[in-house]
Design a protein around this ligand. Sequence first.
Ligand SMILES: Cc1cc2nc3c(=O)[nH]c(=O)nc-3n(C[C@H](O)[C@H](O)[C@H](O)COP(=O)(O)OP(=O)(O)OC[C@H]3O[C@@H](n4cnc5c(N)ncnc54)[C@H](O)[C@@H]3O)c2cc1C
Length: 486
Amino acid sequence: MPYFYWGLLTLLNKNFIIMQYDVIIIGSGPGGYVSAIRCAQLGLKTAVIEKYKTFGGTCLNVGCIPSKALLDSSEHYHNAAHTFTTHGIGLKDLSVDMPQMIARKDDVVAQNTAGITYLFKKNKIDSFEGLGSFVDKNTIKITKTDGTSENITGKNIVIASGSKPTALPFLPIDKKRIITSTEALNIKEVPKTMIVIGGGVIGLELGSVYARLGTKVSVVEYLPSIIATMDAGLGKELQRVLKKSLGMEFFMGHKVTGATTKGKKVTVSALNAKGEEVNLEADYCIVAVGRTAYTAGLGLENIGIKTEERGNKIPVNAHLETAVPGVYAIGDVITGAMLAHKAEDEGVFVAETIAGQKPHINYNLIPGVVYTWPEVASVGYTEEQLKEKGVKYKAGSFPFKASGRAKASMDTDGFVKVLADEATDEILGVHMIGPRAADMIAEAVVAMEFRASAEDIARICHAHPTYTEAIKEAAMAATANRAIHI
Ligand SMILES: Cc1cc2nc3c(=O)[nH]c(=O)nc-3n(C[C@H](O)[C@H](O)[C@H](O)COP(=O)(O)OP(=O)(O)OC[C@H]3O[C@@H](n4cnc5c(N)ncnc54)[C@H](O)[C@@H]3O)c2cc1C
């Protein structure tokens, strides 16, 4: 036998197969693309497989970025229509050009997705367009849209396949009148009426977009409160403000039972708390009842990975490694908050773990944000959670109506609440609803990462006049009730 073949056989016998990549990542959402960049930075030869033409996943294409683009546009219109005159600004012939609003949103998306293409090239990351599925734990088959396929091999595989909108079995989505968030980002007219099923983040953000443009929006929610996973005071205040400022209607404690379409109208049926049938009619119905982990086509069965019955999540250990060594999963496809920044941090975590480092994520300090106006933001424990855990705590609140900056901008709805341990004064949770809460929550996250006390925040100088003074005042209120401006 020639020496070459003998050598090859020896290698194969030893199960030694040369892998093309150190890491293959399936999915290019915020989990996948961030992980790929971190892997490349750490010197790992990296490939990303994405089934769609553009990178960025849900977040960049049909999630965070386009929804924020429309939220910004609609907020400008709403202010022009409702607050400009108070500011002393007159406008004639104000109108909404919906196709232009959508075109601008598309342009923002295109700029962001092109940014990922640039970053992949810059970091020498190979990218493949097609559906990635496991042949075995190291081999991924990439099936392209023309039906052709190729296999690539990697020492480590990261599943970052994300999520899809959850569909209700009794309420088929026709993508025309009964739609998901994806279609709601592309309506090229201002509907007269709209029903949003689900009072969670996505439903309220998209409902706000259209309510600001003049649509009569009705929210139907099964639970007694909107944004139910956040601190209870936030949902209550948000519901009050959305009703007052945007005329949004809320059907709380209503269980949706079905929907039918007739021409350009959709009728949603629900049972109210008394069990009586309620029928609501509108031009569109957005079904926003959550998202489900997306694993279709991954071929998980080929490597023996079973998903959880509830939510279809891929089980992982503390290192975000699945039951199969060397196969990791991150982002929406695993347990935890379905948020882009959580997916990004997990992307970095897995890259560093593969590179032999010992990274850490504090899951209690992943902030949650709702980009309505006022914005809602939260980090750490809610009052409800602290009560349930039996932790003794102090609470300090400060309303924006007492803030000079908020008065100047006419954004006086909402408050900041700081929760601190009764004995040690360590901040345990910060919950806010108000102007720019999405940006302000970062102060609370940093403080809590460094295990600051409420008094630390109370003694730190905050620029005047800023909205952040409300955080300082709430911290002061939690610290022996010494807020200055209330
Ligand atoms: C309307 C809306 C607004 C949102 N707003 C926010 C927000 O403001 N802030 C926030 O933090 N979060 C927001 N989210 C949630 C956020 O978008 C997700 O948490 C985030 O995108 C999850 O990232 P991911 O990388 O896990 O998955 P995804 O972003 O879903 O990406 C997964 C990618 O994997 C690809 N893929 C799947 N299977 C395969 C396969 N077999 N082969 C190849 N490719 C595959 C998919 O095509 C997709 O591109 C929003 C979501 C929606 C719908």
